[in-house]
Design a protein around this ligand. Sequence first.
Ligand code: DLL
Length: 435
Amino acid sequence: MSSYWSEKYECMQRSQLQNLQEERLRATVNRVYQEVPFYRHAFQEIGLTPSDIKTLDDIVKLPFTTKNDLRDNYPYGLFAVPLSEVIRIHASSGTTGKPTVVGYTRKDLGVWAEVMARALTCCGATKTSKIQNAYGYGLFTGGLGVHYGAELLGASVIPVSGGHTKRQIMIMKDFGSTILTCTPSYALHLAEVMEEMGVSKDDLGLTGGLFGAEPCSENLRSQIEARLGIKALDIYGISEVIGPGVAVECDAKDGLHIWEDHFLAEIVDPETGEQLPPGSYGELVITTLTKEALPMIRYRTRDITRIIPDRACSCGRTHIKIDRCQGRTDDMLVVRGVNVFPSQIEEVLFRVSHTKPFYVIIVDRKGQLDKIEVWVEVSDDVFSDEIRKLESLEYEIQQEIEAVLNINVKVKLVEPKTIERHEGKAMRVIDRRNL
Ligand code: DLL
């Protein structure tokens, strides 16, 4: 029997949910038209007035919003309330150029805590849970997003933030943490260090965890579950929309319920922008339905996923599910004209024995030619074996990757611990071509 944080909303009848969405969509469109010059101009440019948006089907008439629009209006230009109403500001890391700045009213923080409390309930958290929150606290939305959800739930939150891995493990053991929240790559690193310290999963009281902020393959999930002895669920979020808590897996583990009373999801063709039917892979586009400080109209997330066509879920929740993100439109590498997603390489690495799930893809240009090299960690025993075995493993991986990608790659096997570990999002690709 599933438990819910808010059964009334999570299990709402579809027709009621749609009415609620329609009402909230109209209100949002009206508000951005009145309050945000950027949106008013964008609507006027295509001859659209808020009264043209009556039903959910009308959403395709609305223009898209992109990360560039946020950058062009840096820092507060898309806010729909005066700063006196904004009680929290976060920003996304912005590896290139300025960060994107997002703001929250008191009501927005309430909605965020609510969707996070729902998410934590999905992974079995209750008032009696001890939630070790190892997402980074600060401008990144992970730490505080989980934190306020956990407090609303009434659980005991341990705000340990990212890093200090050995201390994390001591705390996990001594404080009896029951739920862990961090990126999947960091969860795996925690498992690795725990084993080195001689701490067994049976010494811990962990039962579940929410792992997100970066892609997590089914294989990576299985490793986390086996090595930490927990149920590991995927959580999706993006700062521009709210932060963590936009969508989350339930016990069924076959898709992430997107909280549709607050976020309206569409999938579009990333090239043409045309809306695609349920089941098709494309770019996730989200319209916020209740945000006050920074409402988003058809925000292009750049994340590639699909809406799962079958709506009924064994958990009883009625909100539609999206698939795990397959990657981002902008992390697709084009190497010698071929499209390469890091996740394709990861899949191969997980299939081959003796490799560890730590790898980095290095793309470089020699003369006119792009070269791709994959560094992958292998287990200790391979390095202690004869060189011939190492070479044959290297060859096997290279053949498998080439078969999937259809281009030549070089594979380099490296010793355990060679590849840098990250306490937050992992860095899987180093593209040296434009340096
Ligand atoms: O990463 C918010 C978050 C914090 C989500 C903690 C989950 C847990 P940003 O820093 O704005 O926000 O990065 C958003 O991260 O567009 C995706 O590309 C990626 N991402 C987030 N969750 C997942 C996930 C937070 N479950 C960007 N699977 C998004 C794959 C994810 N990618």
